[in-house]
Design a protein around this ligand. Structure first.
Ligand SMILES: N[C@@H](CCC(=O)N[C@@H](CS)C(=O)NCC(=O)O)C(=O)O
Length: 210
C-alpha cells in the first residue's frame, strides 16, 4: 500500500497508527503541507479535496482517514480489531472518534487557520486562542465520555479507533500549548497508547520529511 502522508498531518497520523497496528507493509509518499503540495494537480488527482491522507491499495485509492481506518479494519480483521463487536459499543467508540475527527480537527485545520489570518485578519494571538478554544471545548466533552468508558485505553482495555483519533489530537494540543491538567482520562489514555510500538513509530517526528 502507498500512504500519501505528511508528518504533522493528524489525519494521516491516525492512518499510520492503523497501518502499524494491522502490521501492513506500506510505503510513504510525503506531500508537504508547508510547501502547499496538497493543492498540486498531481495530488488533487488522488484526492480532489486536497487533503492528506490518501491511501492507495493496488488500483483502489481511498481518502478520509476514518474511512481508511475502517477499510483496514475490515480487510485485516484478524489482526487487532479497531471496533468492538457489540453495536452499542461500536457506536460509542465511533462517537469518540468522530468527536475528534469531525468536531475538533476541522476547525483547527491548516486551511481554516490560514483563512482566519489571511482573509479575516486574525492576529497570531487570536489564531492560538481560536485553536485552543476548540480543543478545550471538544476535550471537555471527550473527558466526560472517557469517564464512562476508559480504562487503559479510550474504550476499556483494548485499543480502538477512538485512541487512533485521541493521540494525534493530544499531539496537536501540546503543539499549541494547551493546558491538559483538567483532562486526567485523556492524559492517561494518551500516555498508555504512546507506549505501544504501533503508536510510537507513527509519531510525526519519525516520519519522512520531519
Ligand atoms: N476529514 C479528513 C481531514 C483531512 C485533513 O484535513 N487533512 C489535513 C492535514 S491533518 C490537510 O490536508 N490539510 C490541508 C489544508 O488544510 O490545506 C480526514 O480525516 O482525512
Amino acid at each position: 500500500m502507498i500512504l500519501y502522508d505528511y508528518c504533522r498531518s493528524s489525519a494521516a497520523y491516525r492512518v499510520r497508527i492503523a497501518l502499524n497496528l494491522k502490521e501492513v507493509d506500506y510505503q510513504q509518499v510525503p506531500v508537504s503541507l508547508l510547501a502547499g503540495e496538497q493543492g498540486s494537480a498531481e495530488y488533487l488527482a488522488r484526492n480532489p479535496q486536497g487533503l492528506i491522507p490518501a491511501l492507495q491499495d493496488g488500483d483502489l485509492l481511498l481518502t478520509q482517514s476514518l474511512a481508511i481506518c475502517e477499510y483496514l479494519d475490515e480487510t485485516c480483521s484478524e489482526v487487532q480489531p479497531l471496533l468492538p463487536k457489540n453495536p452499542a459499543d461500536r457506536a460509542k467508540v465511533r462517537a469518540m472518534a468522530q468527536l475528534v475527527a469531525c468536531d475538533i480537527h476541522p476547525l483547527n485545520n491548516l486551511r481554516m487557520l490560514k483563512y482566519l489570518v489571511s482573509e479575516l485578519g486574525a492576529s497570531d494571538e487570536q489564531k492560538i486562542q481560536w485553536y485552543q478554544h476548540w480543543i478545550y471545548q471538544g476535550f471537555d466533552a471527550l473527558e466526560q465520555l472517557l469517564a464512562e468508558t476508559a480504562d487503559e485505553y479510550s474504550f476499556g482495555g483494548e485499543v480502538t479507533l477512538a485512541d487512533l483519533c485521541l493521540v494525534p489530537q493530544v499531539f496537536n494540543a501540546n503543539r499549541f500549548n494547551c493546558a491538559l491538567d483538567s483532562y486526567p482520562n485523556i492524559v492517561r489514555v494518551n500516555a498508555n497508547c504512546v507506549k505501544l510500538k504501533a503508536f510510537a513509530s507513527a509519531h510525526p517526528d519519525l516520519q519522512l520529511g520531519a
